[in-house]
Design a protein around this ligand. Sequence first.
Ligand code: FES
Ligand code: FES
Length: 214
Amino acid sequence: MDGIRNFPITRRELLKAGVTSATAIAVPSLSLAQGTDPAATSPPVVEKVSFQVNGKQQSLQLDTRTTLLDALREHLHLTGTKKGCDHGQCGACTVIVDGRRINSCLTLAVMHEGARVTTIEGLGTPDKLHPLQAAFVKHDGYQCGYCTPGQICSAVAMLEEIKDGVPSHVSLDLTARPPLNADEIRERMSGNICRCGAYSNILDAITEVAGSRA
Ligand code: FES
Ligand code: FES
């Protein structure tokens, strides 16, 4: 009791003290972060990168932090490749690099010196659609169309994977060529999200093209 009587502080004063000390801690740590982070003050590192995009040689001077997706969209103005999540979760940014499909938002452009990049613009033309583009139109495999370029690029590379005998998580026999069935296609396309839910029509489109190649 004596201790309480000898320390006369009201609840209001205690709260004020708490707010003041919290500010005192937060302000120096913020300024410390701003003052000591070299990335916040140093100029960007710019490097030249050359690669082939849709059969055409391209050379760019890029901030080394530029993703392949931003290089394609912002520097080469190939806006067919879409930015959905920018976090590797939706597949909207899928392009084909040296025959493999990748999420272009998750990779830096400077890592692809000398690579062959194919985007949706490189697959077909309005007069001469790629078979998968034509199948998506025929089967109504899209609604808003935002995921479609990524779906088609992904499907093109996926059919090559099956042809090369690459197994998936649902392949029952790891040594045989995987079957071109719905389970395999669904599993292999699971990295491409369609927010419109056009999955059944997408599956129909891919199944048709897969069947014609079996
Ligand atoms: Fe790249 Fe979503 S934008 S995975
Ligand atoms: Fe709209 Fe797939 S068609 S997100």
